[in-house]
Design a binder for this molecule. Structure first.
Ligand code: SAH
Length: 253
């Protein structure tokens, strides 16, 4: 009798487990609480790494990074590491997203240009920190996915366009801040021309085999460039790689 009820209990337990597998919603309560715990750890880590802008920290707390990574990477969404996204590209490490955002010195009323939309995560962070975000992505498939994702998640002040960010977005310039999330051999002149006086531009530049993150300020006396730290980014593609690129963006369909 006892053996029978134990067996019965086992059967019920197996059924419950199978049931949980079948009926578990996409984001179970356990997922949500695991993400919350990992996010708290990440934020503590960012503070010790020197992120002190409370608005930036609040933005990283608020934007669900798990919605910008591949389904198989959701459990690692709040690890302080870069992750692969479609098209052989990467979503930057949270520390780098936070650092670049902090370097832009946003207070809430700015127009920001991003080159390299990728997953749209950095654009979502900027959307919380600034008034309008214009983001350009050279890979049309990535641009379409990120644009739809940002719209679905409610980031209505982010405008995504497919194209070569080398030319900036002259129709909506000037910008208070420009961020480039792919590494280039030099700062594209068009982006400097679209930067308001006093504006900040943050991007990685290659130096031989190394890459350094720089912040340029558009001052009356010219561009003042600060080197911030060594970084690793995917390469900026398109016109920046051609010896004498055309002056204006080729028409995009
Ligand atoms: N900011 C992104 C990370 C992007 S990785 C995020 O938060 O997920 C760099 C991105 O820059 C890639 O998606 C790549 O396709 C794009 N890119 C490379 N060269 C570009 C160019 N010339 N113009 C626009 N986007 C470019």
């Amino acid at each position: 009798m006892r053996a029978q009820s134990a067996a019965c209990a086992r059967v019920i337990a197996v059924m419950v487990i199978i049931g949980a597998g079948i009926y578990a919603p996409a984001q179970s309560g356990t997922d949500a609480s695991q993400h919350a715990a990992a996010r708290t750890t990440l934020l503590r880590q960012l503070r010790t790494q020197g992120i002190s802008d409370e608005r930036v920290l609040a933005a990283l707390e608020r934007v669900p990074r798990e919605d910008f990574v591949r389904p198989q990477d959701r459990a690692r969404a709040y690890a302080n590491q870069a992750l692969p996204i479609a098209g052989g590209q990467t979503i930057s490490q949270p520390y780098i997203v936070a650092l670049m955002s902090q370097l832009l010195e946003l207070r809430g009323g700015e127009r920001v240009l991003e080159v390299g939309t990728g997953s749209g995560y950095q654009a979502a962070i900027l959307s919380v920190l600034a008034k309008e975000v214009y983001s350009i992505e050279i890979d049309p498939a990535l641009a379409a996915t990120a644009g739809e994702r940002l719209q679905r998640l409610g980031y209505a002040n982010v405008h995504v366009r497919a194209g070569d960010g080398f030319y900036g977005w002259p129709e909506v310039a000037p910008f208070d801040a420009v961020i480039v999330t792919a590494v280039a051999p030099q700062i594209p002149q068009r982006l400097v021309e679209q930067l308001r006086p006093g504006g900040r531009l943050v991007m990685p530049l290659s130096e031989g085999r190394d890459q350094v993150l720089v912040r340029a300020r558009n001052q009356e006396t010219g561009l003042a460039i600060e080197r911030v730290t060594e970084v690793v980014f995917v390469p900026m593609r398109g016109a920046v790689r051609t010896p004498s690129p055309p002056l204006f963006a080729p028409r995009t369909p």
